[in-house]
Ligand binder design. Structure first.
Ligand SMILES: Nc1ncnc2c1ncn2[C@@H]1O[C@H](COP(=O)(O)OP(=O)(O)OP(=O)(O)O)[C@@H](O)[C@H]1O
Ligand SMILES: [Mg+2]
Length: 174
């Protein structure tokens, strides 16, 4: 296996917790490459059917993994997705699960135009810590970290922490 010069980072969590906002800023500050799985799938039409209940296309997970595998083995990628057990465990050096308080998340998703079952299911996903549990099952527990994502101050703090972690990783691996 090739040795990576830069780490791969997974940003995951319930829709609306702030993965994209954090990920793009993090890419700016670290020089790592930001990859949004939703956008990647859209661009490559990496879908496999349509979910009538949620009115959205279903991700073709195998094709997404194939599409990214080589890039991931080179390192230096920040992946943003609201799920995490579809990716190979070997891809990531660290996994961050962003967490947002229910009321806060409700307000954010409502502002996005989510209503009814879609709004409720997403808030419930956060209440049940579904993605955190998914991450703890899919990856070694030592590399999974929760980050509060309620305020702009939280985001600043998270950025500082991850930038620092990235710099340390590069010192240790180069
Ligand atoms: N730490 C934060 N404090 C306050 N607001 C935030 C914070 N992080 C994100 N937001 C706001 O919350 C909203 C959702 O953020 P964002 O689109 O980054 O979430 P996401 O996790 O990428 O969602 P999705 O999974 O649906 O793509 C945006 O309006 C963003 O400005
Ligand atoms: Mg997003």
């Amino acid at each position: 296996m090739k040795t990576k010069k830069q780490p791969n980072i997974l940003l995951t969590g319930t829709p609306g917790v702030g993965k994209t906002t954090l990920g793009k800023e993090l890419a700016q500050r670290t020089g790592l490459t930001y990859v949004n799985i939703g956008d990647l799938a859209q661009e490559g039409q990496l879908f496999d059917g349509y979910d009538e209940e949620y009115q959205c296309p279903i991700l073709d997970e195998d094709r997404v993994v194939d599409e990214l595998d080589e890039k991931m083995s080179e390192g230096g990628v920040i992946v943003d997705y609201h799920g995490c057990d579809l990716f190979p465990e070997r891809w990531f050096d660290i996994v961050f699960v962003l967490r947002t308080d229910n009321t806060q998340l409700y307000t954010r998703l409502e502002a996005r135009g989510y209503t009814g079952k879609k709004l409720q299911d997403n808030v419930q996903c956060e209440i049940f810590q579904t993605i955190y549990e998914e991450a703890m099952e899919a990856y070694s527990k030592e590399i999974v970290h929760q980050l509060p994502s309620n305020t702009p101050e939280d985001m600043e703090h998270n950025l500082d922490q991850i930038v620092q972690w990235t710099e340390q990783w590069m010192k240790d691996h180069n």
